[in-house]
Design a protein around this ligand. Sequence first.
Ligand SMILES: [Zn+2]
Length: 284
Amino acid sequence: MRFSVLCGILLGAAVIPGFAADGNIFAYKVGSFEVWTLVENRRAGGIPSTLIGADKAALDRYFPGGTSESETNTFLIRGSGKIILVDTGFGTTLFDSMKALGISPDAVDAVLITHMHGDHIGGLQKDGKALFSKAKVYLAQQERDFWTKTNVNQGAVAALAPYGNRVETFQPGELGARIAELLPGITPIAAFGHTPGHTLFMVESSGQKLLIWGDLMHAEKIQFPRPDISVTYDTDPVTAAASRKKVLEYAAANNIPIAGMHLVYPAIGRVSAEGSGYKLTPAQ
Ligand SMILES: [Zn+2]
């Protein structure tokens, strides 16, 4: 399913010097859709102090070297005649990565938002100006309401403001249910808990699928084998854990590849059951 980046470069018009080797852009194929992981930053450090419910035995077992790695990623999709971005990261390197792929922000048709934390919506605007001149922004109604009405966050308000009536809200569907498409081949799926409207996006083309998640997990070394462990960033840690278990079980049972904003490069892979939890086999 993976396709050769180099081949894509040679066949396409864009000249993309060097990016294939730098570990910051990964190319993946889902039917006729092209999906790219764009890495914004990569962190390696101590065991996160934000883990909830991890005792010393678990920490020693899953972090034997005492370190944890994570990234901030976005995903870019091209297919069905559209260019679609899933989240924007902080917006620090996104535009350089897009330039390397020969894709202008002005060509982006849609920005899908998993949730409204700053590391996912930071690239929507700068100085009050929309950074995607024609894109519509799609997010769950309950996510927009939470951050702009219930628990008002000025960063979230500012991120949407320049898009005006180009902001479209939706109701995410239940995993496994029949869900109306937002765009051809793209459906929104509820995975609440990290935030009240946290949404996954299923990409489907020619019978192939990829399930893209935002913050279903933050520390993959421990949260695949122990999906019951949440983090203090989760608005509702108990609901977040239930969503995580449900999604992992579904992805493993149906052999659906997944992609995650804070997974380590290539940040795309397949989930399988292992012991009482799960493991990730990265795409190659
Ligand atoms: Zn995040």
